[in-house]
Design a protein around this ligand. Structure first.
Ligand code: URP
Ligand code: ZN
Ligand code: ZN
Length: 467
């Protein structure tokens, strides 16, 4: 299969230039001018990208597909979740496999957790996928397995939590041990930074006063406790002499800690998510339990907080935009109707990331090149995918999106592809949308048509970070 995308404007983190692009089989074969003539017009498909941008496919390094959480399971599996991703111009995801916590000698084996996630994804994903490993028990054996996963299995990043006591929480010693190990093996530690034990005390106090409403999810997770936990894990990484990546950073207080750490030479990196840029605490006040749609951790912050995050994206204190896509339907959200602390944490987002962040380009908050960096090239570099993904260079995978900057789109649950039955941005009009999405040279989305196939997504064995 040979495809020509002609007359488009190619965008990389550093360049914006008019050129044609040829894909041959699964990879990009050429970038240049007048490629139609050069190839004697011999193409199986020609896409006219006049007036459009041609960008490397989006990479979302934070999704939770088919994930058991809060007494239920996230609504998208690897088929529906990756179809939703593709419709939004994302051609690779990195999802979170989970270390099991079962009885017996192999009960907390990372390999076991990994094979469970391979089973969930294989034969279902329509775009390429990799895994991080959620690590919730750090034994000598775990440390050995971390080396193996990094060296042999292509799983080169590990997420640890200072939040969710009794579920994912690990103490500082465990975090430090994991950091030391990845410092030696080239992996990357990803941190969910909120002070879980203190949050649990505040939740208990609120419940004792009879508070039940979704808004209390946010009121019991103050931004200072995200700042505090960020400060702590950054200091641990500094002493362990390893790079560290803060996931789903939401609060200005946490960003300030990242900035300070970077200023003193810590290899500190962080992502934020569109929900923290476009939604805020007022969403929790939606009537009829509507606030539950926005229950996620960390929570949405007070209006004005987003300005700090946009500055972080501009100034490279934040290196990626990911989604933390963890959708639940309203039936599941209602598990917490009488108790805000029982509302499953998470919301859909994988489909709308490029749409939403492109509004930042249109409003002049970030440049077009920065948009590509944050959504594709930056994640590729940090998570060991660069070269194959995150670039339009010849030899890279043919993960290419033709982006129509003038196309209008209204975000609606009724037309989305995730299985979630609501959308946090319902009715929001955005300008700019993908017209063609290629995954390894194959057209998987054209306009509103899905042309991909279940199971065609391949597992990505990732390399070590270029942080
Ligand atoms: O609310 C969230 N973020 N749910 C998914 C789990 C996590 O902490 O990333
Ligand atoms: Zn998290
Ligand atoms: Zn998450």
């Amino acid at each position: 299969m040979r495809t020509l995308i002609q007359h488009g404007t190619l965008v990389s983190p550093t360049d914006t230039f008019k050129a044609d692009l040829v894909m041959e089989g699964e990879t990009i074969a050429a970038v240049g001018t007048d490629l139609n003539a050069l190839y004697g017009g011999k193409f199986d498909k020609i896409v006219d990208a006049t007036g459009k941008y041609v960008i490397p496919g989006g990479i979302d390094v934070h999704t939770h597909l088919d994930m058991p959480f809060g007494g239920t399971t996230s609504a998208d599996d690897f088929e529906s979740g990756t179809i939703a991703a593709a419709f939004g111009g994302t051609t690779s995801i990195v999802d979170f496999a989970i270390q099991p916590m079962e009885e017996g000698p192999t009960g907390s084996s990372l390999h076991k957790g990994l094979s469970t996630w391979h089973e969930k994804a294989a034969g279902k994903a329509v775009i390429d996928y990799g895994f991080h490993m959620i690590t919730r028990k750090v034994t000598r054996e775990t440390l050995r397995e971390m080396d193996e996963l990094t060296k042999n299995e292509g799983v080169t990043s590990f997420k640890l939590f200072t939040a969710y006591p009794g579920v994912f929480y690990v103490d500082d010693a465990a975090i430090f041990r994991a950091m030391r190990q990845t410092g030696d093996n080239g992996g990357l530690i990803c941190m969910h930074a909120e002070n879980g034990p203190v949050i649990d005390v505040i939740i208990e106090e609120a419940k004792a006063r009879g508070e039940t409403l979704p808004e209390w999810h946010a009121l019991t997770r103050p931004p200072r406790l995200e700042g505090e936990a960020s400060h702590r894990v950054l200091a641990l990484a500094e002493v362990a002499k390893v790079p560290v990546y803060i996931v789903h950073l939401s609060a200005a207080e946490a960003l300030e800690e990242v900035r300070r750490a970077r200023d003193r030479g810590v290899r500190a990196y962080a992502e934020t998510c569109p929900q923290y840029l476009y939604l805020d605490h007022r969403n929790y006040q939606e009537p009829d339990f509507g606030g539950s749609k926005y229950v996620m951790s960390p929570p949405l912050r007070m209006p004005g907080n987003e300005e700090h995050l946009w500055r972080g994206l501009q100034l490279d204190d934040l290196q990626c935009v990911s989604t933390d896509h963890c959708p639940f339907c309203m039936k599941e959200k209602r598990l917490g109707e009488a108790d805000f602390s029982k509302i499953p944490n998470g919301a859909p987002g994988v489909e709308t990331r490029l749409y939403l962040t492109f509004q930042g380009v249109l409003s002049g908050r970030i440049t077009l090149n920065r948009w590509v960096q944050l959504n594709s090239t930056g994640p590729a570099r940090l998570f060991g995918l660069f070269g194959k993904k995150g670039t339009l260079a010849p030899g890279a995978d043919g993960d290419v999106v033709v982006w129509d900057p003038a196309k209008k789109h209204t975000i609606r649950a009724a037309t989305q592809h995730t299985r979630a039955d609501y959308n946090p941005y319902e009715g929001r009009e955005v300008v700019g949308a993908p017209s063609h999405v290629f995954s390894r040279g194959k057209l998987v989305v054209e306009g509103d048509k899905f042309l991909g196939r279940k199971g065609e997504g391949k597992f990505l064995k990732r390399g070590t970070t270029l942080a």
